[in-house]
Ligand binder design. Structure first.
Ligand code: NAD
Length: 706
């Protein structure tokens, strides 16, 4: 056996060590399962073995789960529901054979046991968990669009009750040792290193080698009211966009009252449905695989030495500048925070100080850490202080002339080798770089608001940006713990362009007489975190108007949206959320409310469209704009487009992102739907010849799995 080792001692206790070859952590995959089946058969058949202890050969934990590669490819390989169910049954048969092998089985868990790893443990008769700070157990499958299909949905509720098991499976949360013991997921905690000895003591006590559910009279407390309430709240939260939580509810409701083998069959059927559908593929690919690659800076130009920023200049101490300075100071980087007056810069630092004081008061931050962080920020209006900064980020007003002035003054003070990044929302980097003395060192670094919470940063390569500059920008993104995507230049680059398409579609609906509450609600039902009108307020209507004017030159028939924003701004509804007036009112201390004045400006039509139609328009407008970004060469790497949409503005993760949404439908179907929309709602929905040709060739955005 390549991954497993079975040793039996003189007293007849077998020790099965799992150490999956060529992997940093133990994962379940067909080869490992086959060896496990062989080992179980030997334990069952060998009369000299009176008990089994299963351990991990890796110091970093027990088993991290199943290998996700298989599951992400299942959809691409057109796995049917029946094949998916059969895959679940393979796991189930293996674990069932373990718990019915006739010998007591103890699992000595030295740490982390997640997903299939925990499901294996649940099939043991006795679980001992190491009481170490890194040890966690959990069933996180729901988060990747699947369910614990190796018996987890059946064993966990039978073991700890439906009311404990269901929330754990729906949230996928990690449970630490003390709670795992309290809930009854494990029987005993052990001092790290003592797990096997504790397991051994249990085996020596000559226990009954049967699971509770295999003993006569076993039953689980029915929890039908709890299940019904959980189903209702799940539907409210997910709007039915995510099949996995509903499938888990189904497994528990239908399977747990049955004998275990019948319950497992219910689970297998639901698992098959999920594996054959696109949501699991979308969630695993984008939120797990692509995200992981981006975090490892896979798109950083190769062959260039790492060069972390030593001292950062942040120019403009407003919303974004303050946030960037804070993030940098948090990462240990000294920051010069410059504004047009010393007062304004001081004020930004004072705001950071207030936030830190709140964190200290709540016990989230130690006073000395807060002091050190604050001491890293030097507020100023004096450009001479930039003399030793090796990286500068500009975040002044969105105005090309002002930016040009700031670039010139900063470059005169910065060292000749410094990188200069602009946080502009939409001004092309090439245009700004023309005002720079060193266009090769000029780059776009687009953060999202609020900077401390939003993990995405969009790096924009101008035509002249050198690979070394990009590499250093990636390094800074890494220092700031942001997830970078890399796109090419153009008005609005990628994210602003697509967000603009979303807001514009919302404004179109409004001017057509669709009730604003219906627009906002449909957007949330589609899975967007905020409606397009609320998002326009977040951006600020005056900034939105500038952006729309900048970006709309790309699109035909878009002047209507510009006109709407213009009209709102002229009504004095300027700065959205910041000023308390936009499409919404923001009463002090109260929840935001749609501005009643909207009804007079945009009277609702007598007949309102259906929710599905609005949802489709709002999502497809974004997806189509993302496709145009690929066509224009702004997005060259599909994961950048998908991840950017998910992390940048919360495009719903069940779709996998803007481009995966199209792939999931198939480009030909998407093109057809857009043509129908174009006929009814305007040429901005017209798919390009390029996209139609791509559809004609039967292509996808992502290459097919071979
Ligand atoms: P803001 O108005 O809050 O801050 C701009 C700051 O720049 C102000 O403090 C202002 O005093 C300062 N400033 C203006 N002219 C200056 C000069 N000549 N020299 C020095 N400082 C000067 O604006 P913001 O929302 O922080 O946006 C800043 C930039 O970031 C803009 O380009 C904007 O498009 C972009 N951006 C904004 C967001 C967002 O959500 N707010 C998101 C991404 C990018």
């Amino acid at each position: 056996m390549r991954h497993l080792k079975l040793d039996t001692d003189a007293q007849g206790v077998a020790l099965l060590t799992i150490d999956v070859a060529d992997r940093p952590m133990n994962v379940l995959m067909p080869e490992v399962e086959a060896e496990l089946a062989e080992a179980v058969a030997r334990v069952r058949a060998d009369a000299g073995i009176r008990g089994l202890i299963i351990v991990s050969g890796k110091a970093n934990g027990f088993i991290a789960g199943a290998d996700l590669k298989e599951f992400v490819e299942a959809y691409e390989r057109k796995t049917t529901q029946a094949q998916g169910a059969e895959r679940s049954r393979q796991f189930q048969r293996l674990f069932r054979s373990l718990e019915t092998c006739g010998k007591p089985v103890a699992i000595a868990m030295n740490g982390l046991a997640l997903g299939g790893g925990l499901e294996l443990c649940l099939a043991g008769h006795y679980r001992v968990l190491s009481d170490n700070p890194k040890a966690v157990v959990g069933l996180p499958e729901c988060g990747i669009g699947l369910l614990p299909g190796a018996g987890g949905t059946q064993r966990l509720p039978r073991l700890i009750g439906v009311e404990n098991a269901l929330p754990m499976m729906l949230s996928g949360r990690h449970v630490k040792p003390a709670e795992a013991l309290k809930l009854g997921i494990v029987h005993e905690l052990a001092t790290p290193g003592e797990e096997v000895a504790v397991a051994r003591r249990w085996i020596d006590s000559q226990p009954d080698p049967r699971q509770p559910w295999d003993k006569p009279g076993f039953r689980v407390e029915p929890a039908s009211v709890f299940i019904a309430e959980t189903r209702a709240s799940t539907l409210r939260e997910t709007h039915g966009n995510y099949p996995a939580p509903l499938a888990i509810l189904g497994c528990v409701a239908e399977g747990v009252p049955l004998p275990i083998d019948d319950g497992l069959e219910v689970e297998a059927r639901y698992f098959g449905q999920l594996l054959a559908g696109p949501v699991a593929r979308n969630l695993i690919r984008t939120t797990f695989i692509n995200r992981g690659l981006a975090d490892k800076l896979a798109r950083r130009p190769k062959g260039i030495d790492k060069a972390p920023a030593q001292k950062l200049a942040v120019l403009g101490a407003g919303t974004m500048g303050g946030g960037i300075a804070f993030a940098a100071a948090q990462a240990g980087i000294p920051v010069v925070l410059l504004d047009s007056s010393g007062d304004l810069a001081e004020r930004a630092k004072a705001a950071i100080s207030v936030r830190l004081a709140q964190d200290v008061a709540k016990g989230r931050l130690a006073q000395d850490k807060a002091d050190a962080l604050l001491a890293r920020i030097t507020p100023t209006a004096d450009y001479a202080l930039l003399a030793d900064c090796d990286f500068a980020i500009e975040a002044v007003f969105e105005d090309a002339a002002i930016k040009a002035q700031v670039i010139a003054r900063a470059e005169a003070a910065l060292p000749a080798t410094a990188v200069f990044a602009s946080n502009t929302s939409a001004l092309p980097i090439g245009g700004l770089a023309r005002t720079s003395l060193r266009p090769g060192q000029f780059v776009g670094m687009h953060f999202f608001s609020p900077v401390e919470r939003m993990v995405l940063v969009e790096i924009i390569a101008g035509q002249e940006t050198r690979p070394e500059t990009l590499a250093r920008t990636f390094d800074l993104a890494g220092q700031l713990k942001k997830t970078p995507i890399l796109v090419n230049d153009g008005p609005g680059f990628y994210s602003t362009r697509v967000v603009n398409a979303y807001i514009n579609e919302g404004l179109d609906l409004l001017t057509e007489g669709v009730a604003p509450a219906l627009i906002e609600d449909a957007a949330r039902q589609a899975g967007m975190p905020v409606g397009p009108l609320a998002l326009a307020d977040e951006v600020g209507l005056d900034l939105g108007l500038k952006i729309a004017r900048q970006v709309d030159t790309l699109e035909a028939g878009r002047s209507r949206a510009v006109a709407t924003l213009d009209q709102m701004v002229r009504q004095g509804r300027r700065v959205g959320r910041k000023s308390g007036t936009g499409f919404y009112d923001y009463p002090e201390g109260g929840a935001k409310r749609l501005w009643p004045g909207l009804a007079a400006l945009y009277p609702p039509a007598a007949e309102q469209p259906g929710v599905e139609e609005i949802k489709q328009r709002l999502l497809y407008a974004q997806a189509l704009e993302a496709a145009r970004c690929v066509e224009d060469g702004v997005v060259t790497h599909m994961p950048d487009g998908d991840l950017g949409s998910l992390l940048g503005w919360g495009f719903p993760s069940y779709t996998g992102g803007t481009l995966s949404l199209i792939d999931t439908l198939g480009i030909a179907n998407f093109v057809e739907a857009c043509e129908r929309l174009a006929a009814r709602h305007g040429v901005h929905f017209a798919p390009s010849a390029w996209l139609k040709e791509k559809a004609g060739r039967g292509e996808n955005f992502y290459p097919p799995v071979v």
